[in-house]
Design a binder for this molecule. Structure first.
Ligand code: XIL
Length: 315
């Protein structure tokens, strides 16, 4: 019947996917994407990022993002906003001007207010902060941290809450899926924000994994977040393999998808699962990790792989 249908029957809010504007010209792709039984949530892979939405200071462009928001709306799908503040895919003006702390604070405040406000009422959850930590648990020394220290985080979250009080506000990370310094740092940050009354509703676990290397402490890790009453989601799941793929690796990938989705099933506070696109045809993996690929549950010809069955088994 479809992954979203099964996920919802099992008590989750959605099974979703990322998509990107250029792919939507592929009608065979659209035919599978535009199916609420398969996907109940959409995340724009690029078109709501800073470089796409605020190419010049205080000048916003929402055309491409609106296409994704409309697609979600027309198909009855939830929309995940991605993202407000991230060190990557920044327009050069953000980093080139050596802004003072008050200037950069105003820029972040205005961006979150304008972006989140533009989509007010349309977004289930926003990745307000993306990838704020290093793997060792220290803060990433990006332009935001270097200029404002950790204060950029409450500035962004507070502006977002005012702009759309009904959107869930998330911090999204990778390598936080397992017990370790990065997860501990993120958990401590969330506790601190809550104690200070800063709006924070959720945490995203990206889950960009490698076949045969899925972490073993996901459930234990997730339970720590559930223990503080926080909702969370698997936001960007894909499981790559060295190419060429073999039948053995595709079977291991099935097991690995089952393991990851099962970890979300094991903890009620895990509200949903999104894959970072559903087909190998449009996966970001081959260009970012040369020599790796086949990370998605459907192959490049839109045929379901064993990984698809791994997801169904877990749901
Ligand atoms: C990726 C997109 O999928 C690519 O198209 C783009 O070239 C780079 O960014 N973590 C994130 C996502 O939070 O925004 C990234 O998306 C993948 C890693």
């Amino acid at each position: 019947p479809g992954l979203n249908f099964v996920a919802k029957s099992a008590g989750k809010l959605y099974f979703g996917t990322a998509t990107d504007n250029p792919e939507l010209n592929d009608t065979a792709y659209d035919h599978i994407l535009d199916n609420f039984l398969q996907f109940g949530a959409i995340t724009p892979a690029n078109s709501m990022k800073w470089d796409a939405t605020e190419p010049e200071p205080y000048v916003f462009t929402f055309e491409a993002g609106d296409v994704i928001a409309d697609l979600a709306h027309e198909n009855g799908m939830l929309l995940r906003g991605h993202n407000c503040v991230w060190y990557n895919q920044l327009p050069s003006w953000v980093t080139a001007n050596n802004y003072t702390a008050p200037e950069l604070a105003a820029i972040i405040q205005n961006r979150c207010a304008t972006l989140v406000g533009h989509y007010r009422g349309q977004v289930y959850a926003w990745d307000i902060i993306n990838e704020p930590f290093n793997d060792n648990g220290t803060y990433r020394e990006d332009v935001f941290y270097n200029t404002l220290g950790t204060s950029y985080i409450p500035i962004a979250l507070t502006a977002a809450r005012a702009a759309d009080p009904n959107a869930k506000l998330y911090i999204n990370e990778y390598n936080n899926e397992y017990l370790g310094p990065k997860s501990t740092a993120l958990l401590d940050l969330v506790k601190e924000l809550k104690a200070e009354g800063v709006p924070i509703d959720g945490v995203g676990f990206q889950c960009h994994f490698v076949v045969g290397e899925v972490p073993t402490t996901m459930v234990e890790n997730f339970q720590q977040y559930a223990a503080i009453g926080l909702e969370f989601a698997i936001t960007e799941l894909d499981i790559r393999m060295p190419l060429p793929a073999t039948p053995e690796m595709l079977e291991q990938q099935k097991t690995d998808y089952d393991t990851v989705v099962s970890a979300c099933m094991a903890v009620p506070n895990c509200v949903g699962i999104s894959v970072w696109d559903w087909t190998d045809k449009y996966s970001w993996i081959p260009s970012t990790y040369p020599g790796y690929g086949e990370a998605c549950p459907w192959d490049a010809n839109f045929v379901r792989k064993p990984a698809y069955d791994g997801i169904v088994i877990a749901l």
